[in-house]
Write a protein of this length. Structure first.
Ligand SMILES: [Cu+2]
Length: 121
């Protein structure tokens, strides 16, 4: 990467931080796949996340309307998803199988059904 590129990226990051768009803290390593997950009343897109056993991914979580939750208890990952903010979490697919993730922030009428599936193979 050239210095010019680096500078442009830094300016971009600073601008995004100023708008409150940067989530905390987790930055993807170059080897990690980044998966964007959108929550909107009352669905996750994508609803199915397919991972390879042993893979670590960074999830970029965005809520489009109200605060939602993301909870994948089998992988000990949970966080709030706050509108106008990208929240990042790291998840390691350490075992094969089908696992549910779901919203655990009461977000409205469809909250109880708000869930998705992580498939690890
Ligand atoms: Cu909810």
């Amino acid at each position: 990467m050239t210095n010019q590129h680096k500078r442009r990226l830094m300016i971009g990051a600073a601008g995004a931080a100023g708008l409150g768009l940067l989530g905390p803290l987790v930055r993807a390593q170059s080897s990690e796949r980044v998966i964007r997950l959108i929550a909107k009343k009352f669905v996750y897109t994508p609803a199915i996340i397919e991972l390879t056993k042993g893979e670590t991914v960074v999830l970029e979580l965005m809520a489009m309307d109200v605060t939602m939750g993301f909870n994948a208890p089998d992988f000990h990952v949970r966080t709030d998803m706050v509108p106008d903010k990208v929240t990042t979490v790291r998840l390691t697919a350490d075992k094969p199988g089908k696992f549910e993730f779901f919203c655990d922030v009461l977000c409205g009428d469809g909250h109880e059904d708000m869930a998705g599936t992580i498939i690890v193979s």
